[in-house]
Design a protein around this ligand. Structure first.
Ligand SMILES: [Zn+2]
Length: 215
């Protein structure tokens, strides 16, 4: 099989990280529950952003259904179900974060080079079955043909472009997170955070238990 990925998992993971930083809860603490930790959210964003290319491992068409808004919706629904099951309420930050991380893959591939027809991605499945590509060739193709003499050079070239284009966006998203954190640090100290058990009742009326999110 000669299908070249465009861009590589590196570029996709960087874009996922950018989405993760942008969607990070500024109050998230590294010692919180696994689902509330910033590292979990960032890691999940990076993995979900790279995930559509797993279709290469299966006997299905590459850059088809896994690279579509239909798959983005599926990721969001699955995230809603999982966070609902694990925490008892739907984690909307997670739902939108994972949805955008997945969508970033579609955008990056759309901006990349493709040499093998059908060119591009089946971005609007299941609503349309056409393949789309921008033609902007922003990301050079990668090469997965082991042993090919030009493979290392091709992939290095692609990686440099990905780091050069997506890297600054990721760094900016990270810096913005740090600024949000500083703001929280300066505006909150007067009000100490409630003990973790009280957080769940914050929205409810004090003499009634907060109603569970309907599913
Ligand atoms: Zn892809």
């Amino acid at each position: 099989m000669m299908t070249a990925e465009m861009p590589s998992p590196l570029g996709h993971a960087l874009a996922g990280l950018a989405v993760g930083f942008a969607g990070l809860d500024p109050n998230a603490r590294p010692d919180a529950n696994l689902l509330d930790r910033p590292s979990t959210f960032l890691m999940a964003s990076a993995v979900v952003a790279a995930m559509p290319d797993l279709d290469l491992l299966f006997p299905v068409q590459h850059r088809a259904v896994t690279h579509s808004v239909g798959a983005t919706l599926l990721v969001m629904i699955m995230t809603a179900v999982v966070t609902g099951q694990v925490t008892g309420r739907i984690g909307w930050r997670w739902v939108w974060g994972m949805g955008l991380a997945h969508a970033s893959h579609i955008v990056l591939d759309w901006l990349g080079v493709d040499r093998f027809p059908p060119l591009g991605i089946e971005a609007l499945w299941p609503f349309r079955h056409d393949f789309y590509i921008s033609g902007w060739d922003l990301f050079p193709p990668t090469d997965r043909r082991l042993g090919e003499p030009t493979m290392i050079a091709t992939n290095l070239h692609a990686a440099l472009y990905e780091i050069g284009i997506v890297g600054p966006i990721t760094v900016m998203a990270w810096l913005a997170t740090r600024r949000r954190k500083t703001r929280v640090l300066f505006s909150v100290p007067a009000v100490p955070p409630p003990p973790s058990g009280a957080v769940a009742d914050k929205g409810g009326i004090s003499d009634r238990p907060a109603p569970r999110e309907a599913r």
